[in-house]
Write a protein that binds this ligand. Structure first.
Ligand SMILES: C[C@H](O)CC(=O)SCCNC(=O)CCNC(=O)[C@H](O)C(C)(C)COP(=O)(O)OP(=O)(O)OC[C@H]1O[C@@H](n2cnc3c(N)ncnc32)[C@H](O)[C@@H]1OP(=O)(O)O
Length: 543
């Protein structure tokens, strides 16, 4: 295992470069936090150090506080395992320290990682670095001063939006907002950051402490209005989540009583939230999602996923067009096959309209398009990746076929016999069936090792789950390839067995049956829906 450490190198220019080493994302584990304190103190005391640059090894600044620590706290309820980073390290040692510091950000600075950067006196970033405070998605809130410094750098309204949605922005947008001082090519990052730090030390550039800034906050009445709207929104969008309202309250504390008091309140509420059931659940989800990428006898046995460049989707209905959209959005060449030109046209149109939907939905739900996450040229490029087909002539060089026709066994069996003949021998033969036994679908083929389930959920270009169904004969290579495709199209691929209902419907059937039994016993349907929604599901079974 690569060493977890913090290093410091002092150049002849008098700049101490402090580097975080904790692959793969430079998470702020407890020894890293201790190492930062130690190196910062040393740099502050050394006479040959004029200024500090903080950076992360391996092209990633930091993915934030070590989430494994939350898991430990959840197991034993002891929050004293979390060190006092916010005041001791970020305020006292870094921000109020005697030497100016510049954060040199590449790849990503998320959560506590961004908060360390906010505690520096300037931030220089490489292009397309991800910047964000996603703590609410883990049931907690920023705990290293982010609730106070981000609004002071980019304004309250945008800062609240970033925290409430947990969505990152790119460094280019960060520059426009005032979060980043300069975006420079990766090759120049350290050089520019060193010079910037020296310029601050020599007072050629401002020695800016974000916590002391007031110019972006606006008047008290404006701030109250922004926070009032935010509170109303989260009552709709996150009504079972305690962390959103708690975060707004902590932001408000800083607006009314000053940034430092905000930091103190933040540190206390952060620890309370770590102990909440919501945090326990969301941290569990974080690790469970990642655990799905480790499949015994498939991953970690030396196999490499093969390149899947071209995929044929059979059936241009709701599922087929959604699957084609998801693939094309990730730059995969897609052949969409239908049985006649009328159906094909409908399928192609559904994809185009889906694109419009994508911009519509993202603009409304998370502002992705508005924030240039799906620029028009990218949408146009993706659309150009899709070609319609009425026969199999384009199937001779496809790497994967995903059959997405109606749930009809003879039809699926016929399609599988046909594609086995027309596709190259390496091609993966996948079905989007939600209920049919894959052994029956592939009964008439001799390629049982290539037959696999790729079960998407509607709308397929949006819903993150992808069930990968394997039979006893499906090869490890085919599973690995589909897992890689799933990840590339931004799904969470979960490998499941070829059993009744696979995983999702196997869970869903008893859930809905339970609700029907209650109705038969005389329970009001509205009451069931209300209970389920207050439990945390987006809607009840009868809505
Ligand atoms: C006090 C502070 O305010 C509190 C905090 O900072 S809470 C933490 C806030 N940060 C986050 O929420 C970021 C969480 N991480 C992510 O979103 C993503 O991992 C990422 C965008 C950084 C990288 O994504 P990607 O490249 O797809 O890699 P991904 O598979 O997710 O992660 C790689 C590994 O790093 C681990 N990891 C990522 N972030 C981590 C973190 N903050 N702590 C511990 N482990 C982390 C993952 O568990 C995974 O481990 P594994 O290989 O053993 O499964």
């Amino acid at each position: 295992m690569a060493p977890v450490k913090v290093t410091m190198e002092v150049g002849t220019d008098g700049v101490a470069v402090i580097t975080i080493f904790n692959p793969p994302v430079n998470a702020l584990a407890i020894p890293i936090i201790a190492g930062l304190k130690e190196k910062w103190t040393e740099a502050t005391m050394r006479n040959d150090v004029k200024a500090i640059v903080l950076t992360g090894n391996g092209g990633r600044f930091s993915g934030g506080f070590d989430i494994n620590v939350f898991q430990k706290v959840h197991a034993n309820g002891d929050t004293s395992q979390m060190p006092d980073v916010s005041v001791d390290l970020v305020v006292n040692t870094m921000e109020d320290g005697k030497k100016p510091a510049v954060a040199a950000i590449e790849g990503l600075a998320l959560g506590g990682g961004l908060e360390l950067a906010l505690g520096c006196h300037a931030r220089i970033a490489a292009p397309r670095a991800q910047l964000g405070l996603p703590e609410l998605s883990l049931g907690v809130m920023p705990g290293f001063g982010g609730t106070q410094r981000l609004p002071r750098l980019i304004g309250l309204s945008k800062a609240v939006e970033l925290m409430m949605t947990s969505e990152p922005i790119m460094s280019e947008e960060g520059k426009k907002l005032g979060l980043i001082d300069a975006v420079v090519p990766s090759s120049e990052l350290l050089k520019v950051s060193r010079q910037w730090a020296l310029d601050i030390a020599e007072r050629h550039k401002p020695w800016m402490r974000s916590l002391h800034k007031t110019d972006k906050i606006g008047s008290l009445s404006e701030a109250h209005e922004i926070l009032k709207v935010a509170r109303e929104q989260v009552k709709q969008t996150a009504k079972n989540m305690p962390q959103h309202l708690a975060c707004i309250e902590v932001i408000e504390e800083g607006i009314i009583h000053g940034g430092y008091n905000g930091v103190l309140k933040e540190a206390k509420v952060f620890k309370d939230l770590v102990l909440s059931d919501t945090s326990k659940g969301l941290v569990h989800i974080f690790f469970s999602q990642r655990a799905t990428s480790k499949v015994p006898n498939v991953t970690g046995i030396g196999l490499k996923p093969r390149t899947v460049k071209k995929v044929a989707v059979i059936g241009g209905g709701l599922m087929g067009s959604g699957i084609a959209t998801a693939l094309a959005l990730s730059n995969t060449i897609v052949i969409l096959k239908e049985i006649n030109s009328e159906f094909l046209q409908k399928g192609m149109k559904a994809i185009e309209e889906t694109y419009e939907d994508v911009s519509y939905i993202t603009a409304n739900v998370s502002g992705l398009v508005a924030r240039k996450k799906l620029p028009q040229d990218k949408a146009d490029k993706a659309l150009s990746m899709v070609k319609g087909a009425l026969d199999y002539s384009d199937f001779k060089d496809v790497d994967m076929v995903i059959e997405a026709v109606i749930e009809n066994v003879p039809l699926k069996q016929k399609i599988f016999s046909e594609i086995e003949k027309v596709c190259p021998p390496h091609c993966i033969l996948a079905t989007n069936t939600s209920t049919i036994d894959l052994n029956i679908i592939g009964e008439n083929t001799t390629s049982k090792d290539r037959i696999i389930g790729a079960h998407f959920f509607s709308p397929a270009h949006i819903m993150p789950l992808l069930e990968i169904v394997r039979t006893e004969k499906t090869s490890a290579q085919a599973i690995l390839d589909l897992m890689a495709v799933g990840k590339a199209i931004k799904k969470v691929p979960v490998v499941v067995g070829n059993c009744t209902g696979f995983a999702v419907n196997r869970t869903f059937f008893p859930y809905s049956q339970g609700a029907h039994i209650l109705v038969n016993l005389g329970v009001d349907v509205f009451r069931i829906d209300t209970q389920i929604a207050s439990f945390g599901l987006p809607m009840g079974p009868f809505q």
